[in-house]
Design a protein around this ligand. Structure first.
Ligand SMILES: [Zn+2]
Length: 271
């Protein structure tokens, strides 16, 4: 764990603030990392050929998923039509894998009705993650939403009977049922559901520029869709709802559909 956090510090320090205007970038140039950028007002920005939303003041945000390639190209088109582009080197990470063999073959096959329910929930979650606004809530910074033992990390993958499962894309924080869960950053609640099939009591908070955080397996929700919350506000309580084997918070950070590593945003947990 100490090794992990020393890596985090190194990557925090690595920013391209040294670039003269019209492009300054700051954040983690790493798989799972979040980068915020500033360019000239009225400029357009693309990342790997895809347009990135830019606020009128020139602020923008992007992130790198678990398996992001080792380079990315950012291009700025200035209001006068001139272009500036940079190749970014993206740190490649090694993720924990855990092989478990000799498990009984039987698997739970959800019924048609359950499958239908899951599909609809997945659609709603994607919708809540797709929200884009120019709001700058994320500038309040990020804190741990709950304190406890880290029982699962970003990117890890289990291989059951030789079958790779979907990687885990959040941080799991184990804590007693009823422990408080707070908003990791200021924002607006875009989803608050008591009973989703996989994630049970679930809250999604939107922080602006496509950035959202997800809080799962909650026993109790104290906010509703549409509420505006400040960083540190109580939003719910730790539980074990949905598909969960014990009380914990599964905390995730997304940039649109890209899953980012929450730990890179908050650093070591002080308890
Ligand atoms: Zn989890």
């Amino acid at each position: 764990m100490r090794y992990l956090f020393s890596c985090v510090v190194v990557f925090c320090a690595f920013s391209i603030a040294a670039f003269a205007n019209p492009l300054s970038l700051e954040g983690h140039f790493s798989q799972g990392g979040l980068v915020t950028g500033q360019t000239s007002a009225g400029a357009k920005v693309s990342l790997n050929g895809k347009m990135v939303n830019v606020s009128p003041s020139g602020l923008f945000v992007f992130g790198f998923g678990r398996n992001a390639a080792d380079t990315a190209v950012i291009e700025i088109i200035l209001p006068d039509g001139s272009r500036v582009s940079r190749v970014l080197e993206i740190k490649q990470r090694k993720y924990r894998t855990q092989k478990i063999n000799g498990l009984p073959k039987e698997m739970v096959t959800p019924s048609a009705k359950t499958l239908e329910r899951i599909r609809e929930e997945v659609r709603n979650i994607r919708k809540a993650r797709s929200v884009f606004t120019m709001e700058n809530h994320f500038k309040s910074g990020f804190i741990w939403p709950s304190k406890g033992r880290i029982s699962g990390v970003y990117g890890s993958q289990r291989i059951l009977n030789g079958q790779p499962r979907r990687p885990h894309l959040g941080v799991d924080i184990a804590a007693p049922s009823g422990s408080p869960v707070v908003a990791a950053s200021s924002g607006r609640v875009t989803l608050a559901e008591n009973d989703l099939y996989f994630t049970g009591g679930t809250i999604i908070i939107h922080h602006g520029h496509g950035l959202s955080t997800v809080y799962s397996h909650l026993s109790d929700l104290v906010v509703q869709k549409g509420d505006v919350v400040s960083r540190g506000d109580l939003i719910g309580k730790i539980g074990s709802t949905g598909r969960s084997t014990g009380p914990h918070l599964d905390w995730r950070v997304n940039w649109f559909q890209e899953r980012l590593d929450p730990m890179l945003l908050v650093g070591p947990m002080l308890r």
